[in-house]
Design a protein. Structure first.
Length: 401
């Protein structure tokens, strides 16, 4: 299964993945998902928002147990972020069938579309639409770097954009959602555990900083006469690192666009995107506030205009409900495992989006280097198989009472 998926959307130059929403690589991954569902006799459907579901049992019965994750990637992403959760779901079902498990609830495996937001700039589009946390108008306003709109991209991929929208009935039919994900950090490596359970997802967001100066000739314009937006942008990047370090948070300017982007032209516009996350809301507010204040000071000093727009935000997600504790109980009740570590994460997930409307939990699988959103992302085969066995136990505990 893994070997069929691994080559899809992979950049041979870097070994990283470029599986962006509604592209040909995405279509290949969707075809792979459909084939895996068909090979197991599961009923495949693509919902109004482009998420794929593979059903065992009748969804109309409700109270379904759902597991899965996403198959899309960040630019030059790693092999495990997303796919590990989908592959482990199919493998866990295979394991339950080997055990002769009898399901008392419907079971579904899901591939949420456009989780990374790599093409249109907003994360978790598929799950946000389904959970009613993104309106059709907001979705229709999304553009990719080439100016292609989300609905146009959907249509070109054969999905009717007019159908998108909240899907409360679908969510009402879900009794539990469990997402297995490679850890994007080193907590499990440091604690020496192959598997952990999520406690919370940090509040996090994306802000766009537009520094507007004055385009001019790079070779003939005196320094004193310049209104160069690159300078306050550069100083803001440094200010972001300083503010985050002081607050014990994280802040990253990982994407920038420069206009006109000519080597011999002073830019007219430098557009930087800030990704910031913190363990609690007030810390996040403090960090982003300090970064914005520094940006405004530097912009004024360089005679540059600044506009800051918050493009997306996800409040803190506490998995502090029975499902998280039930997972820990299921995973340790037969005594074959030591207590399962519970860990927070700064990474966003579809589970975080759904948690406002469905009992949700996450399982993490050890990542020895902690590296993610990079081709260097890694998990050992043993740990992946341990994750599958843990997911199978959880699904059996929830769906085979
Ligand atoms: O950005 C995130 O945290 C997630 O990987 N989409
Ligand atoms: Mn990711
Ligand atoms: Mn992910
Ligand atoms: Mn300055």
């Amino acid at each position: 299964m893994w070997r069929d998926l691994a080559p899809l959307g992979r950049d041979p130059r870097t070994g990283g993945y470029r599986r962006y929403a509604w592209t040909s690589a995405d279509a290949e991954c969707r075809a792979w998902f459909r084939a895996q569902a068909g090979a197991r006799g599961l009923t495949h459907e693509t919902d109004r928002n482009g998420n794929q579901w593979a059903w065992l049992g009748d969804p109309a019965r409700g109270d379904a147990v759902v597991t899965g994750s996403h198959l899309d990637s960040v630019p030059d992403g790693g092999p495990f972020d997303g796919p590990l959760g989908v592959v482990s779901a199919f493998a866990a079902l295979d394991e339950l069938r080997r055990r002769g498990a009898e399901f008392s609830r419907p079971l579904a495996i899901v591939n949420f579309g456009d989780e990374e937001g790599a093409r249109f700039g907003l994360a978790c589009v598929g799950s946000r639409l389904t959970a009613g946390r993104l309106t059709r108008e907001q979705a229709f306003a999304l553009r990719d770097p080439d100016g292609v709109s989300l609905p146009a991209a959907m249509e070109a991929a054969g999905h009717d954009p007019e159908a998108i929208g909240a899907d409360p009935d679908r969510l009402a039919g879900i009794g539990a959602f469990v997402e297995l994900h490679v850890e994007q950090g080193r907590s499990l490596d440091l604690s020496g555990d192959p598997v952990g359970v999520a406690s919370a997802i940090w509040p996090h967001g994306r802000w766009r900083f537009d520094f507007r100066g004055e385009a001019n000739h790079a070779g003939t314009t005196r320094l004193a006469d310049r209104r160069d937006p690159m300078l306050p942008y550069a100083e803001t990047v440094l200010a972001a690192r300083r503010s985050a370090r002081l607050a014990g948070a994280v802040a990253t300017f990982g994407k920038v666009a420069v206009e006109p982007n000519g080597v011999n032209a002073i830019p007219s516009l430098v557009r930087g995107w800030l990704d910031s996350r913190a363990a609690d809301q007030s810390t996040l507010d403090t960090v982003v506030g300090a970064i914005e204040e520094a940006a405004r000071d530097h912009a004024v000093r360089h005679g540059v205009d600044l506009a800051v727009v918050r493009e997306s935000f996800t409040p803190v997600v506490d998995f502090e409900d029975t499902l998280r504790d039930e997972l820990s109980h299921i995973l340790t009740r037969d005594g074959s495992r030591r207590p399962i570590p519970v860990l927070g994460t700064g990474a966003g997930h579809d589970a975080g989006i759904l948690s406002a409307s469905v009992p949700t939990a996450m399982l993490f699988v050890r990542n020895p280097t902690g590296v993610s959103h990079s081709p260097a992302e890694h998990a050992t085969e043993d740990d992946c198989l341990t994750g599958v066995a843990a997911l199978a136990d959880v699904l059996e505990g929830l769906a085979c009472r």
